[in-house]
Design a protein around this ligand. Structure first.
Ligand code: NAP
Length: 327
């Protein structure tokens, strides 16, 4: 079996979940890990059986055996980490949000296209078998015209001004951490909005901790989205069309089931159970793209990533949330 050789850049929460998911993908071979500190790289490598453990990101990127770099650092570092990997001709899976803002995203996309390497934003929601089925149902016209989307993702972490969730210098705020899932879902079902209305409550560190967003579309469709770091929200999503609607129960961004409810009241239960956390579908998708010689994902195209980043920029501009590197 042909294997794909990954290097994991960063050793935080999502990097650990990535390693657990890679266990379900036999052709995924994580050959190296890179951390800011040798000690952390050693610990992570020992925990997950990774042979090469580097005490710097540069060393990981410089390893000729690594084909794909998984960027798992705070948002504020995504652009620099991805650019370094691209410069070394590596393929890249870059965690969401792709970068801190749209100008950075543009720069990374241009660099990847110029090098001819694969790069994808880690919007893992789009890779779940259930989400692919939802897309099929929409494309087959089963919902009729989608006119209304509702999605929320709010959670209540311990307040820590130094953590990446709250620290402006690490790209803190609810929108970029969890709101992006709902924004990407609205893009999937309805495309780019014509007008955006939104309000946010900023916390003591100056980042958005509670956000309510309304997207208005050319054809009159609407999306109502919310994100939070101050409360737990229902974490549900609804895609409502003129013939039927789809209800995605919590946690909708890593879905295993949905209900298709038709106008006549009949229901279909769509059930796609999976093992673990579900990141394995994204890993497999990256492999499938590479096998086909693609340089971007048809499920999370780069132009759409860029449009989403522009939308996030517009929202933050409405709220006056600017990160130190943008001042
Ligand atoms: N957690 C999730 O559920 C989740 C899900 C999907 C996507 N993501 C995305 O993945 C990225 C990382 O999230 P995470 O939750 O894994 O974050 P995290 O637990 O804070 O880990 C981030 C890692 O980045 C490295 N890093 C480099 N510079 C850092 C700095 N100045 N401060 C803190 N860490 C720094 C650290 O690894 P070293 O010390 O080894 O260098 C750290 O362990 C984010 O962009 C997030 O949106 C997270």
């Amino acid at each position: 079996m042909h294997s794909f050789k990954w290097g994991v850049l960063g050793t935080g929460k999502i990097a650990k979940r990535f390693m657990q998911a890679a266990f379900y993908v036999p052709e995924a071979q994580v050959v190296a890990v890179g951390s800011r500190e040798q000690r952390t790289a050693e610990q992570f490598g020992a925990q997950f059986g990774i042979p090469k453990r580097y005490g710097s990101y540069e060393a990981l990127i410089g390893d000729p055996e690594v084909q794909i770099v998984y960027v798992a650092t705070p948002h504020s570092l995504h652009a620099a980490n991805a650019l370094a990997a691209i410069a070394a001709s590596k393929h890249v899976l870059c965690e969401k949000p792709f970068t801190l803002n749209a100008p950075q995203a543009e720069q990374v996309i241009q660099a990847a296209r110029a090098k001819g390497v694969f790069i994808m934003e880690g919007m893992w929601t789009r890779c779940f078998p259930l989400m692919r089925e939802v897309v099929r149902r929409i494309e087959a016209g089963e919902l009729g015209e989608v006119r209304y989307v509702q999605a929320d993702f709010g959670f209540h972490p311990e307040f820590n001004p130094a953590s990446r969730l709250f620290a402006p210098e690490l790209g803190g705020g609810a929108l970029l951490d969890v709101g992006i899932y709902s924004v990407a879902l609205a893009f999937l079902a309805l495309g780019e909005p014509k007008q955006i209305l939104a309000q946010a409550t900023l916390g003591t560190t100056g980042v958005d901790e509670l956000c309510s967003i309304l997207f208005l579309y050319e054809n009159g469709a609407q999306a109502v989205l919310s994100a939070a770091l101050q409360v737990e929200t229902p974490k549900q999503a609804h895609l409502c069309g003129t013939h039927a609607r789809i209800y995605l129960p919590a946690p909708w961004w890593k879905p295993s089931e949905a209900y298709l409810i038709r106008r006549d009241g009949s229901q279909e239960h769509l059930l796609y159970p999976y093992e673990g956390d579900g990141l394995q579908f994204e890993i497999r998708h990256v492999h499938d793209c590479l096998r086909q010689g693609l340089t971007e994902s048809p499920w999370m195209p780069l132009d759409e990533t860029l449009r989403i980043m522009r939308t996030l920029d517009m929202l933050r501009a409405q709220w006056g949330v600017r990160y130190p590197s943008e001042l």
